[in-house]
Design a protein around this ligand. Structure first.
Ligand code: R5P
Length: 298
């Protein structure tokens, strides 16, 4: 087995290779004048299990195209099996047509990845489970709850409860509340425009509780920080947040630092050089290492 890193997250790719003590290659990614990508992988891939590590985060289209070209490179080099680790799967939020004439983007992205020649897809906390169904090859959608649950031992006795910032995230929140044995609440959120939302109501009793807000993505930061402010307004004792994918666009870091969130836990599915002061990043390499070990035993 060999790890090939795209340009989106070589640090994570290297960490996975180190933990498995297998070789690591950083792909050479160049551009023509018109921004067309030109990829080269220097190393022997013939008859090897090739693991390509690439988050399709910002710039999402470039990173996606790079991933497709890397899969094609491995296929043409005679790889035995091609496994992609896509820690953050861009386009997963577009898992249903938003209007009668809009595309099913997550499905198209899955088809592109599959058509390029992948044998197995490993990913983390997809926005919704239906994206797994857009693939015909095996998909392992790893859960971040194994990381988050350890942060809250004896949660009920300590006065914690889990809150979803919207109805769409209720299953994720329900799963965490079941694992750490707490009550559950949900915020009634309305999306007014991309990156804009309104919320005024919490369904569930949160007064005097230490609330754990859980979500898959923080992008503009509007959802999480508005939900945190609402919880405090409705009497929550404290707010901690657990978010898998820190997209963190616009002034998100500022919003998080100025919010009532005491600790903001994220994972390293997307690389950032600078994080908000109240942020702690949990490493996901162990999850992928275990998944690869299981794959090798199949
Ligand atoms: C939406 O359904 C997702 O689960 C997140 O809540 C959303 O992507 C967060 O976006 P933002 O940070 O821009 O509010």
């Amino acid at each position: 087995m060999i790890i090939v890193a795209g340009s989106s997250h070589p640090i994570l790719a290297k960490a996975i290779a180190n933990k498995l003590t297998i070789p690591f290659i950083q792909a050479d990614v160049r551009r023509f004048e018109d921004q067309e990508l030109c990829i080269q992988v220097t190393g022997e891939l013939y008859e090897r299990d090739v693991v390509i590590v690439q988050s399709t985060c910002k710039p999402a289209n470039d990173h996606l195209m790079e991933l497709l070209l890397l899969i094609d490179t491995a296929k043409r080099a005679g790889a035995r099996r091609i496994i992609t680790i896509i820690p953050y799967f861009g386009y997963a939020r577009q898992d249903r047509p938003s209007t009668r004439y809009s595309p099913l983007s997550a499905s198209l992205v899955a088809t592109l990845i599959e058509s390029a020649g992948v044998h197995r897809v490993l990913t983390l906390d997809l926005h919704s489970k239906q994206t797994e169904g857009f693939f015909k090859v095996g998909v392992q959608n790893l859960s971040p709850l194994y990381l988050f649950q350890d942060l809250f031992p004896n949660a009920r006795e300590k006065g914690y409860m889990v809150v979803s910032p919207d109805v769409g995230g209720l299953l994720r929140a329900k799963a965490l509340s079941a694992i750490i044995d707490t009550d559950l609440a949900v915020v009634n959120k309305t999306r007014t425009a991309p990156g804009e939302c309104e919320m005024s109501e919490v369904i569930g009793t949160i007064s005097g509780k230490k609330c754990i807000l859980i979500d898959d993505i923080i992008d503009s930061g509007g959802t999480l920080t508005k939900a945190a402010a609402l919880l405090v307004e409705k009497g929550a004792k404290s707010v901690t947040a657990c978010v898998t994918h820190a997209v963190m666009s616009r002034n998100c870091k500022d919003l998080v630092e100025k919010s009532p969130i005491d600790t903001f836990y994220i994972t390293n599915s997307i690389h950032h050089d600078h994080l908000p002061k109240n942020c702690q990043c949990l490493p996901i390499e162990g999850l992928f290492v275990n998944a690869l070990k299981r794959f090798l035993k199949e």
